[in-house]
Design a binder for this molecule. Sequence first.
Ligand SMILES: *Cc1c(COP(=O)(O)O)cnc(C)c1O
Length: 553
Amino acid sequence: MGKTQKTAEASLEHLRRVFTVPEAPDSTLARLDAEISQNLHGFLNERIVATRRSLADIEQDFRDARIPEQPVFVSEQADFLLEKVVAESVHTASPAFVGHMTSALPYFMLPLARIMIALNQNLVKTETSKAFTPLERQVLGMLHHLVYARDDAFYAQYLQDSRHALGAFCSGGTVANLTALWVARNNALPADGDFEGVAREGLHRALAHYGHADAAIVVSRLGHYSLNKAADVLGLGRKSLHAIEVDAHNRVDLARLERVCNELAARRVKILAVVGLAGSTETGSVDPLAAMADIAQAHGAHFHVDAAWGGPTLFSRRSRRLLAGIERADSVTLDAHKQLYVPMGAGMALFRDPAAMRAIEHHARYIIREGSRDLGSKTLEGSRPGMAMLVHSALRILGRRGFELLIDTGIDNAAWFAAELRRAPDFELTSEPELNILTYRYVPAGARQALARADAGGAARINAVLNRVTCDIQRLQREAGKSFVSRTRLRLPAWPDEAVDVFRVVLANPLTGRRVLADILHEQRALAATPPVAALLAELDASSAPAAPRRDP
Ligand SMILES: *Cc1c(COP(=O)(O)O)cnc(C)c1O
């Protein structure tokens, strides 16, 4: 019994030690720090994307459902993390990792992020965040200025005014889109006489009160799937998200958009929002925002622009004209963990009208009182970290000019890569890069000729084989671990009835030079010559052969 007590005593002592910041510089903490830094440095400077170990194999290290009974030493856990997790994670900062919207971080994020973790502020309330609250409001103001460029008097009045909000900071583009559409829904169905508004009464009574047969959101077919989630969560249902066909440049087809809006209006369906894309996730295309603003206005609909990816293009004096019309949006989504280069978990919904967010304000007596400065009354999420601190740091340390250079470099690299692909006899550029995203596929000369000769049925068969070639090359390249491109399915103007598989390249890492891109094509050519892929391509040559007698009756 005495022994048990001693253990409990020792454990509490141990716990107290774990919760105390060590003072001595030569402490366990310093040693741990050094070891982790050295290891991370080694990992981040490796020029590979991932090891060859399969996920199924890695799962074996993470099968135990029981929580360990006895504590393990911090050093033991650190060793486990370095060996089993860090070593088997994906090197998203690699210059050859060009398949996703997650890329390198500037090095200063690592030390500055420690401030955030050490202070552990909670932005839900000023009582738990103090200076972090005005800082977050300033960050929202800076990005509001980037998009809407209102005058100094406007920002002097609203930036720190607790009764208004220029936007909501959140964990990413998904929550930003949801927040914007939530505001759109509530403002479209407000309180009216005895009716207390959709926020209190729900969608069913709101539609009945206003005499709407239904409610809808309209967006191009390339809209991000977070919009589907938003339609679902907001009680509209995913079928209420109307996907509009795109033109040959992957921009929303305006004539179709207008037709669908008119049809919805004729059926007494309330259009809650028209959503424009400023940098679609798959092709980086930008919708004609100014014309969409006109259509939204004509239908009395909220105009939202999903600029999660492309928003920072506004930093570029040369390219910001691509987003002309974004300043007419009622709301804009920005993802800070994409092209603002901060760690994962930061996004924003900005609102042109500083009073727009009143439609979703919630108050709680014990925590967020009316008229308080607490940001928690206007955000979907409750407790939130001080991520705005890192956005603030990036904006100051890189400056507008730094961001402009990053954006211009990515766009230039994409244009250069597109030119290489156009010139190559064995690759086909499948979407022109408008920003820094492009798609392409491997189509050797034989397949190209066969496609040119084929009728619709023949083309479908050839494309089916090419799809397998694309998927195989992409998988083999990923498994080899030297570089990474992603893949997606697109409908191309030449084959409008069937989607084809294409490689997708996202160029946001400033360390990704032209040499790296040339090497990626080189590797893909080599993979096309390996036995499994070569066999597929041979099948194609054989199947296109019977076409010859047909031309010779
Ligand atoms: C990435 C992205 C989103 C979703 O953002 P998350 O941060 O992944 O939640 C929404 N829209 C677009 C256009 C995106 O590129």
